[in-house]
Design a binder for this molecule. Structure first.
Ligand code: CA
Length: 230
């Protein structure tokens, strides 16, 4: 089932519907990714630990171990490999992102395989780091964000953020006081247009706030968007 990892690295795909799995593998391979395919959650978790892929594409509804549980166990083990979920229902989205599973993105079935590939590329682009010259630590209130090390502390204590949460906070903290609309944040942080709906932004902001606790620096501008304190 394994294709040699190519120049973009190996992506683990865990999907039990063969037609979807084959399509995803085809499109990722064409784009230069190596692809390893598993069809159930337990095998997927084992493969993630064994193969150390650059990203995981996890179906939610899998035999044995659900995709959400695979992700949860990876995170519990300190593995923050980017995870993109495949969901069958749009109303699963809040649950996925809201459960502190550390999801980086999701697509809702039926999805375009091209769109999924674009999401994988976007999440890898984001986790690859920041352009030179923009990597000085940013300080807002009691929160310190270090773009080079991709670490955040609040009141001196380390805060564990997903890569998407980190990038959202980094985007806001790069220009304290500047109010970003949800559409701007989707384009600037997620790297694609607002077709997914702005709820994604709200849910991720809520997660970052929960993790920063009392040190929270993200302010809501009602009817407009969000800003870091400035
Ligand atoms: Ca399934």
């Amino acid at each position: 089932m394994t294709v040699d990892a190519q120049q973009r690295g190996l992506v683990l795909v865990v999907e039990d519907e063969p037609a979807i799995a084959d399509l995803v593998r085809l499109y990722l391979s064409r784009d230069g990714f190596g692809v390893h395919l598993e069809r159930d959650g337990a095998a997927g978790l084992a493969a993630a630990r064994r193969l150390r892929p650059v990203a995981c594409v996890l179906d939610i509804s899998l035999p044995g171990l659900a995709g959400t549980e695979v992700c949860r166990r990876l995170r519990e083990g300190g593995d923050w490999t980017p995870v993109i979920f495949l969901t069958a229902r749009d109303d699963e989205v809040d649950r996925i992102v809201g459960l502190e599973l550390g999801a980086d993105d999701y697509v809702t079935k039926p999805f375009s395989p091209r769109e999924l590939v674009a999401r994988v590329r976007a999440v890898l682009r984001r986790t690859a780091g920041v352009p030179a010259g923009t990597d000085r630590p940013r300080v807002v209130g009691a929160v310190i964000l270090d773009p080079a090390r991709r670490t955040v502390t609040a009141d001196g204590a380390p805060v564990q953020l997903t890569s998407t949460e980190f990038d959202l906070l980094a985007h806001l903290m790069a220009r304290p006081g500047r109010v970003f609309t949800r559409e701007e944040l989707l384009a600037g942080v997620w790297g694609y247009a607002a077709h997914a709906g702005t709820r994604t932004v709200d849910v991720h902001v809520a997660q970052v706030r929960a993790k920063l606790g009392a040190a929270g620096v993200i302010r809501t501008h009602r009817g407009v968007g969000y800003a870091a304190d400035g």
